[in-house]
Design a protein around this ligand. Structure first.
Ligand code: XMP
Length: 518
C-alpha cells in the first residue's frame, strides 16, 4: 500500500482553521488532504487515494444564503463516513432535509457540552466537555435518522449523528486547542469510525520519498538552490539519501546574510556529506550592482536579477543538469489550488530561482510537496539536520539588503549584522526564537542622531529592533518583549557596535506596517 493511501479528505469551506484540521489529522499519523469544496471525486481520489473518510470544514457562509458553497454529490455517494464541522454540519443538515436557522444567541468562545451518547466520537471521554464554539447559525431540526449526541444550553444539537449512514456533525471546532479533548474526538472519528491507516509517520515518509525520488530522477543530476533554510536543507538531504552524488546543491552568498550564516550552510553540507556542494561568494558582484541605489523596489529587483545571473552561471559551470529541486511545501500547493489554478506550479519567489535554465522549469523534484512546515521539521530532525536550521525563522531572499534602509554598503551591512546578531543571541538565550517571536531582526536606518559617549559627542546611525508574532505572516503583531531584555540588547548594541548610538523598538502591527521595513 502506498503511503498516502487510506487517509482522509477534508473539503475546504473557507474556515480559518481548515488547514489546522489537516494538521491535526496528520498528527494522528493519518494522511489528510485539504481540497476545495468544489473538487470532483477524481480530484479527491488523486489528492488522497482510497480515502476512508471525509471531513467538511467550517466556513464563513450561512447555508441558507443564495450562493452558499454546497455539498458535492460524491460526498454522500462515496459511502465513507463523513464528519461535518460547524458549517459542514449545517450543510449536511440542509442537504438531508433538516432545518438550519440563525440562533437567537450567537455563540463564540468556550462552551461546555453535555454528552448524551457515549461511544463513537466521544469514546473514552467524560460526559462534560469543554469545546470551542464559533457560530451564528444552529440546527433547529436534524435530518431524519440523526440523533443528538451532545448539547449546550444554546445548541440542542452541538453534536449529532446518523449512525446507520455513518454521518456525523459537530457544531464546535474539535481542531482548535481550546477544545480540550478535540484531538481525542478527531482520533475517534478518523481511526475509530473511519478505520483510516495510521502509517503517515516521518520514518515512513522518508523511506517512501527516497524511493520515489530514485524512481523519478533515475541517473539524472539534480540541481538544488540552497538557502540555508529548513525547506531547502531537508529537501536536499532527502535527495542526497536517494541519489547521493547526483545532487548538486548550489549556494550563492550574496553578502547580505546574517552573521555566521554562510559558514553554517557550508558546514551543513560537509556534515551531511554533500560532495558536490558549490558555494559561491558573489558579495562583490552584488554590492557593485547595488552601489548608489536606495529605492526599495529597485534594490529588490537588482538583487533578484543578480541572483538569477549568478545562479544560472554556476549551474551552467557544473552542468549538464537534468532536474531542479524545490522546497515547495503543502501550504503552497493548497494556495495555488485554492486560487482557481488547480495543479498550477508556483515557483516560490523566496527560493530565488528566477533565472533558471528554461528547460528545467518543468523538470521539478519537490519532495516536500505533501508536508506542512511542522512535518518538514520532524523529517529534518530525523535526517540529522541541526536545530539551528530546523528552527530558523523565515529570512527574506534579498536578506539584509531590505533591512539596510538607504544605500547598501559593506560597512553598513557589517554594522547591521553585528547589531542583528546581538538581538538574536539575546532572544535565543531567553528562549524566544523558537516560540514567542515568529520573526525578529534588526534594521539599520540612514538617519543620524546626536549622542554622548564618555565626554564625546557622537553623531551616528539608528538601529531599529523588530520582533513580531504571527502564524501566517499576512497579519502580525509586535512582540511584547520584556523591557529588561530590550534594555540589555540596546545597551549591548550601542556599546559593542561602532557607528550606532541609538536603538528603537518598532511597535507597529501589520497592517498598517509590513513586517520588513522595505
Ligand atoms: P512583509 O514585510 O511583506 O513580509 O510583511 C511578510 C513575510 O515575507 C518576507 N518577505 C520576503 N521574502 N523575498 C522573500 O523571500 C522578499 O522579497 C520578501 N519580502 C518580505 C518577510 O521576511 C516576512 O516573513
Amino acid at each position: 500500500m502506498a503511503l498516502k493511501d487510506g487517509g482522509i479528505v477534508i473539503l475546504d469551506y473557507g474556515s480559518q482553521t481548515a488547514q489546522l484540521i489537516a494538521r491535526r489529522v496528520r498528527e494522528l499519523g493519518v494522511f489528510a488532504a485539504l481540497i476545495p469544496y468544489s473538487a470532483t471525486l477524481e480530484q479527491a481520489q488523486a489528492a488522497a487515494p482510497q480515502f476512508r473518510g471525509i471531513i467538511l470544514s467550517g466556513g464563513p457562509a450561512s447555508v441558507y444564503e443564495p450562493d452558499a458553497p454546497d455539498l458535492p454529490d460524491w460526498v454522500l455517494d462515496s459511502g465513507v463516513p463523513v464528519l461535518g464541522i460547524c458549517y459542514g454540519m449545517q450543510l449536511l443538515t440542509q442537504r438531508l432535509g433538516g432545518r438550519v436557522a440563525g440562533a437567537a444567541q450567537r455563540e463564540y468562545g468556550m462552551a461546555t457540552i453535555s454528552v448524551r451518547e457515549a461511544g463513537g466520537l466521544f469514546d473514552g471521554l467524560e460526559r462534560a466537555q469543554t469545546v470551542w464554539m464559533s457560530h451564528g447559525d444552529r440546527i433547529e431540526r436534524p435530518p431524519e435518522g440523526f440523533v443528538a449526541l451532545a448539547a449546550t444550553d444554546n445548541a440542542p444539537y452541538a453534536a449529532m449523528a446518523d449512525l446507520r449512514r455513518r454521518l456525523w456533525g459537530v457544531q464546535f471546532h474539535p481542531e482548535v486547542q481550546h477544545t480540550a479533548h478535540g484531538q481525542a474526538m478527531l482520533r475517534n472519528f478518523v481511526v475509530g469510525v473511519c478505520g483510516a491507516s495510521t502509517d503517515w509517520t516521518p520514518e515512513n515518509f522518508i523511506e517512501a520519498t527516497i524511493a520515489a525520488i530514485r524512481a523519478q530522477v533515475g541517473t539524472g543530476r539534480v540541481l538544488l538552490g540552497m538557502s540555508g533554510g529548513v525547506d531547502s536543507s531537508v529537501a536536499g538531504e532527502l535527495i542526497h539519501r536517494a541519489v547521493g552524488e547526483q545532487l548538486v546543491p548550489v549556494f550563492v552568498n550574496h553578502g547580505m546574510l546574517r552573521q555566521g550564516e554562510a559558514e553554517q550552510v557550508i558546514a551543513l553540507g560537509q556534515r551531511l556529506g554533500w560532495k558536490n556542494l558549490v558555494a559561491v561568494d558573489a558579495t562583490e558582484e552584488f554590492l557593485e550592482a547595488l552601489a548608489g541605489v536606495t529605492e526599495p523596489e529597485e534594490k529588490r529587483q537588482i538583487i533578484g536579477r543578480t541572483f538569477a545571473a549568478v545562479f544560472e552561471r554556476e549551474a551552467a559551470r557544473v552542468g549538464p543538469l537534468d532536474w531542479l529541486a524545490q522546497g515547495t511545501i503543502y501550504p503552497d500547493v493548497i494556495e495555488s489550488a485554492g486560487t482557481g489554478r488547480p495543479g498550477a506550479r508556483r515557483i516560490k519567489s523566496h527560493h530565488n530561482v528566477g533565472g533558471l535554465p528554461e528547460r528545467l522549469r518543468d523538470r521539478l523534484v519537490e519532495p516536500l510537496r505533501d508536508l506542512f512546515k511542522d512535518e518538514v521539521r520532524q523529517v529534518g530532525a530525523r535526517l540529522g539536520i541541526p536545530d539551528e536550521i530546523i528552527w530558523r525563522q523565515p529570512f527574506p531572499g534579498p536578506g539584509l539588503g531590505v533591512r539596510c534602509v538607504g544605500e547598501v554598503t559593506w560597512e553598513r551591512l557589517e554594522i547591521l549584522r553585528a547589531a542583528d546578531h546581538i538581538f538574536l543571541s539575546e532572544l535565543a538565550a531567553a528562549g524566544l526564537l523558537r516560540e514567542g517571536t515568529a520573526q525578529a531582526f534588526a534594521v539599520l536606518l540612514p538617519v543620524r542622531s546626536v549622542g554622548v559617549m564618555g565626554d564625546n559627542r557622537t553623531y551616528d546611525e539608528v538601529i531599529v529592533l523588530r520582533a513580531v508574532t504571527t502564524s501566517d505572516f499576512m497579519t502580525a503583531d509586535w512582540a511584547r518583549l520584556d523591557p529588561d531584555l530590550l534594555a540589555r540588547v540596546s545597551n549591548r548594541i550601542v556599546n559593542e557596535v561602532k557607528g550606532v548610538n541609538r536603538v528603537l523598538y518598532d511597535i507597529t502591527s501589520k497592517p498598517p506596517a509590513t513586517i520588513e521595513w522595505e
